[in-house]
Design a protein around this ligand. Structure first.
Ligand code: C5P
Length: 416
């Protein structure tokens, strides 16, 4: 499964806020993601940005006039409203929200919105006090109750020079919500997926810790891909430098024991557990309460006692599909196969972290998927998002197999 935006018709509705210039960037990101973008502008929006600007990016005719006899609105009436897989309104002004809530149809954008059955995502932008105004909030509540998704404005400096909550949300948050909405009918719709990510941190003292090279990229890619396929996702994450995907419940943890508790809680009633985290096998027996000082000569050395951490994957049990990772530097297949059996997994993702373009920190990964029934599938070097989707393809097949009972078809039969 690819990006839910790929090859989809998306209407980008732009209303008259200074943030309309940011909609140009959104249009560009949508086009880059493979969407077919039809921009519909209000008259006020054309005061801030020209239709030509959007047209140059989308390579499609921009609609800004309901009464233009040459536009698609006139030729095909509300063709856009019917064809759209989703409508994104960004920025949405207070005026537009009010008119939407009351069902006005005075221009091309309002007509499209009133005439569509496609899901609608709204990213408002306005002065802080306009957003906070009870009238605006009432309109927002009304539109939410009709199933429209909001990406709320952010706090920060506004065009007026004042600061407040009213800035158009971050483009990744907006597109994340749009992807989530488009993915609702995906093959993981109605499934609860728990993903762990990152390298756990074990304190030595208040300033030092033991951790590993995990960047979290693989787990985050899986969480994002599962969201895009319609799953309700919980991401249990050790500290990383990454922004969590929008539309995913995030449980931040630090130590292996904290991750154990969080995974245990999140996995209750879940359909799938994917442990992509690199969990410290050991922790410091007695972390010092104060910073450990250098004693005498450095040559004296320092011994730290380590004790084993719980194996989360092995100890968290339940009726969910269990997926583990095995990062190995030698005897990949033999070690991975043993791990699959020992931890009672349905699927194991084995990666040779010593190879180039594979493993820690990299944006790509080269993995071998091992199934419970001895199936082996070796994937080429792929972006982590593509690896994530390949893993989820197997998970979907395993879930489907369970639905059919013990005689379910095997997900793959490739052999090396
Ligand atoms: O045994 P090894 O650490 O290689 O196993 C890796 C797999 O087990 C990964 O999926 C990892 O998230 C999980 N794991 C765990 N708890 C540990 C160690 C590893 O859940 N203490």
């Amino acid at each position: 499964m690819a990006d839910p935006l790929r090859d989809r018709f998306v209407v980008l509705g732009v209303s008259g806020s200074i943030a309309a210039y940011k909609a140009v960037d959104l249009a560009s990101r949508l086009v880059k993601a493979g969407a077919r973008v039809d921009v519909v502008m209000t008259k006020a929006a054309t005061q801030f940005v020209t239709p030509l600007c959007f047209q140059s990016i989308t390579h499609r005719r921009v609609v800004d006039d309901l009464w233009d006899r040459n536009s698609e609105m006139a030729v095909e009436h509300v063709g856009l409203a019917k064809r759209a897989a989703a409508i994104l309104v960004a920025p949405a002004t207070a005026d537009l929200l009010a008119k939407m809530a009351l069902g006005f149809a005075e221009d091309a954008l309002l007509t499209t919105l009133l005439d569509t059955r496609a899901p609608v995502v709204i990213a408002p932008a306005m002065e802080g006090d306009m957003w906070a105004n009870p009238l605006t909030q009432e309109h927002v509540a009304k539109l939410r109750s009709l199933g429209m998704a909001f990406v709320e404005p952010e706090e920060g400096r506004l065009a007026s020079g004042l600061s407040g909550r009213g800035r158009l949300a971050d483009p990744e948050a907006i597109l994340g919500t749009l992807r989530q909405v488009l993915g609702r009918g995906g093959d993981l719709a109605g499934r609860r997926v728990v993903v762990s990510a990152g390298g756990t941190q074990e304190p030595i003292d208040p300033v030092r810790l033991i951790t590993n090279r995990s960047s979290g990229k693989m787990g985050y890619a899986i969480a994002e891909a599962a969201r895009d396929r319609g799953a309700e996702v919980t991401l249990v994450t050790a500290p990383t430098a990454l922004a969590p995907p929008h539309g995913v419940a995030v449980a931040p943890v630090d130590t292996a024991r904290a991750m154990h508790r969080a995974v245990e809680g999140a996995a209750r009633g879940a359909d799938v557990l994917i442990m992509a985290a690199a969990v410290s096998d050991y922790r410091v027996a007695n972390p010092a309460e104060q910073k450990i000082k250098k004693r005498g000569e450095a040559a004296d050395g320092l011994t730290i006692e380590l004790v084993p951490n719980p194996d989360i994957l092995q100890e968290v049990t339940g009726d969910f599909v269990r997926v583990g990772f095995a990062a190995e530097t030698e005897d990949l297949l033999a070690n991975a196969g043993a791990k699959l059996r020992k931890k009672g997994l349905d699927l194991l993702v084995a990666n040779d972290v010593s190879g180039a373009g594979s493993g820690f920190g990299s944006d790509t990964n080269r993995v071998i998927l091992l199934g419970r029934g001895g199936e082996i599938e070796e994937l080429p070097i792929l972006p982590k998002r593509a690896v994530a989707d390949a893993i989820l393809d197997r998970v979907v097949a395993i879930l489907a197999g369970r639905g059919r009972g013990a005689g379910g078809r095997r997900w793959v039969e490739t052999h090396r």
